[in-house]
Design a protein around this ligand. Structure first.
Ligand SMILES: Nc1ncnc2c1ncn2[C@@H]1O[C@H](COP(=O)(O)OP(=O)(O)OP(=O)(O)O)[C@@H](O)[C@H]1O
Length: 267
């Protein structure tokens, strides 16, 4: 197992370059500044949760990490390579925020999950290893018995599991998930937490947006709390219990205030 002990505010003992190193990131959407100097590091094997109120910039941050939102300032490196030179997109798996992108098209569950191999295969037919990865991903989310079903026939929670399987099929070194538990019932949340535990134990780095930590709480090494496009604070595992109860940063009356950590100290 490659898990490591993270110091408050940043990874302490990671080997190799961070999977994600975002420094002083600024970005605007619709002419309005949405990210206002975000620092975020995900070390190899580390699991980092992005928390914060609606509109605080969580999704924009991860879309910036994926190169989908251009930075107006700051720097981004993925696996030690500046974004402009980064080409190894097959090293990343992405679960977008609750999406219906695959619905309405005549695709089966297996076809949607197989799309997770696209970055590796380009448009070549799936090989044996690809098929095995797709099968394994379907098993991981408990959807192997639905492989031939049209995605249109699925419930919202099942759809979400298929999107997670699509990301897992890529066998990513960095898994990025935007609210992966949204619409997933409690039993399946537990199952997904177990799946994610397997990935983390294999050394996968994880960056995920969460509204509530729920069953994922024990997996999380660090929680970065955003507020109005800036890092409000960073919480280490000692604080995660409180966060589970107060995911948007409000303090319980009896709790000591979380230490304020300057954004510049994260990397
Ligand atoms: N395409 C867009 N054009 C203009 N403004 C946008 C766009 N997308 C997001 N925003 C704004 O940017 C801000 C940050 O949005 P973002 O989706 O990153 O927040 P979030 O923390 O992920 O919120 P939520 O928890 O509701 O998903 C919000 O004020 C939002 O209204």
């Amino acid at each position: 197992m490659t898990r490591k002990t993270a110091a408050p505010g940043g990874p302490a003992t990671a080997e190799g370059p961070p999977a994600v190193a975002l420094r002083g990131a600024t970005a605007s959407l619709g002419g309005r500044p949405v990210l206002r100097g975000v620092d975020l590091t995900v070390a190899p094997g580390e699991t980092v949760a992005l928390l914060g109120a609606n509109g605080s910039g969580k999704s924009t941050t991860i879309r910036a990490v994926l190169g989908q939102v251009p930075l107006t300032g700051g720097e981004l490196e993925l696996f030690g390579t500046p974004l402009a030179r980064f080409r190894d997109w097959q090293r990343l798996g992405y679960v977008p925020q609750r999406s219906t992108a695959a619905a309405g098209v005549p695709a089966t569950v297996r076809e949607v999950v197989a799309a997770g191999r696209l970055a590796r295969r380009k448009f070549r037919p799936l090989g044996r290893a690809d098929k095995a990865a797709v099968r394994h991903a379907l098993e991981q989310v408990g959807m192997d018995d639905r492989a031939k079903d049209p995605v249109d026939a699925l419930s919202g929670g099942q759809h979400q599991r298929v999107l997670i399987a699509r990301a897992l099929a890529a066998e990513p070194e960095l898994l990025i998930m935007d609210e992966p538990l949204a619409g997933v019932d409690v039993g399946n949340q537990e199952a997904l937490a177990a799946t994610l535990r397997e990935q983390v134990d294999q050394g996968t780095s994880v960056l995920l947006v969460l509204h509530e930590l729920g069953p994922l709480a024990p997996l999380i090494d660090r929680a970065v709390v955003l507020r109005d496009g800036q890092v409000e604070r960073v919480d280490n595992p000692d604080r995660l219990h409180d966060l589970a109860c107060h995911p948007h940063g409000s303090e319980p009356a009896e709790a000591a205030p979380a230490p304020k950590i300057e954004t510049g100290s994260l990397t």
